[in-house]
Design a binder for this molecule. Structure first.
Ligand code: AQP
Length: 327
């Protein structure tokens, strides 16, 4: 079976874009998958250490609440397997500055900043190290991360060419619908944790009333037709994608169903569907958050399992690149 590995940054509240693009699919295909809260990646932009700690716990709890089951998959915190930093260094000597500077996310996040950390430039190499450490075949991600997975493939292929066949070359998988969920207030921009757009971002833990209010005030257009056309009707298309994922109904069927209903009725249906789609996670979250000791136990088991895989990969890598064995 193809091994899945993916991660999510503890940089704010998980939103429905993260859920549709990545986490919901992790849950659906979780058997033998490896999933982590990538706390080291959250350090590439200015942050508060106390927030990083609390958001790591909160996000790990939310992943359990979403349906990841530690009996079926491995769930851990990235920094609990510290050899990822060693592999990052080794891959830094394989990746080039030119290819890192071309990454869209580096350009977007660095844009307008007086100075950016070397970590922001190196973010994709840390991501490559994570993916390659666990002999990953498939990386379920949203569309915004496919460029980083492509870079991982390039680096792994170059490594294997230079040092002999050592690393598994992975591929990204994106969902057929909802690979890039847009901000409800600005439907040409992706919904994002760190964009300051509270009305445009539906959080997985939002109360039903808040979800309904956000969907009802979503930006659409001056037309009345419910039709999927990302260029001409980005707002309506985004809502159609959300409704399709939340109900499991193909977009063309929804276009037929709501063609003449008007935007008010259509938005009401989207809001109701999202409330039901996110309800089980919200309800389980409260229960799991009440027992942080249980979470810590799950994460320790996950880290031990991940460490065992990582350690075997690192033995191969160290030998391949010419590092002297310690034992
Ligand atoms: N809008 C989105 N639509 C579909 N998928 C998305 N993902 C993120 N936004 C969308 C996917 O969610 C996973 C986890 O993302 P991440 O937290 O590791 O980093 P990100 O892609 O940078 O997500 P954000 O929400 O935009 O965070 P910030 O604002 O902190 O950078 C990934 O698989 C991602 O593709």
């Amino acid at each position: 079976m193809a091994r899945q590995f993916s991660g999510i940054k503890p940089t704010g509240e998980m939103h429905v874009g993260n859920y549709v693009g990545a986490v919901g699919r992790w849950v659906d295909q979780q058997d033998d998958g490896i999933f982590c809260v990538v706390d080291l990646h959250a350090m590439t932009m200015p942050y508060d250490p106390a927030d990083l700690r609390s958001e790591t716990v909160r996000l790990a709890t939310l992943l359990l609440a979403s349906g990841l089951d530690p009996q079926r998959c491995t769930l851990f915190v990235q920094s609990h397997v510290p050899v990822v930093a060693e592999l990052t260094w080794i891959l830094n000597c394989v990746a080039t500055v030119g290819e890192l500077r071309r990454m869209t996310q580096f350009k977007e996040k660095g844009d307008g900043q007086e100075s950016v950390s070397a970590g922001l430039l190196d973010y994709p190499v840390l991501m490559a190290a994570d993916i390659l450490l666990y002999d990953t075949d498939e990386v379920p991600v949203g569309e915004d991360q496919t460029q980083h997975v492509e870079l991982t493939r390039d680096v792994a292929t170059r490594f294997n060419h230079r040092f002999g066949d050592t690393l598994v070359v992975p591929k990204a998988t994106v969902p057929p619908v909802g690979a890039r969920i847009k901000d409800l207030q600005n439907p040409t921009a992706k919904m994002s944790k760190s964009l300051e757009s509270p009305q445009g971002t539906i959080l997985v833990l939002d109360e039903p009333k808040a979800i309904t209010k956000k969907v009802k005030s979503a930006v659409t257009d001056s037309d009345t037709e419910v039709r999927y056309d990302v260029e001409a009707k980005p707002g309506v298309s985004n809502l159609l994608a959300l409704l399709s994922v939340a109900t499991g109904t193909p977009v063309p069927d929804l276009e037929t169903e709501y063609a003449t209903s008007g935007y008010g009725t259509f938005k009401g249906a989207v809001a109701d569907a999202l409330v039901e789609y996110l309800r089980p996670t919200r309800e389980r979250y409260a229960e799991l958050a009440a027992d942080p000791a249980e979470l810590a136990r799950f994460l320790a088991v996950g880290a031990a399992r991940a460490e065992a895989i990582a350690s075997a990969t690192m033995d191969r890598v160290r030998t391949a690149v010419g590092l002297l064995a310690t034992r």
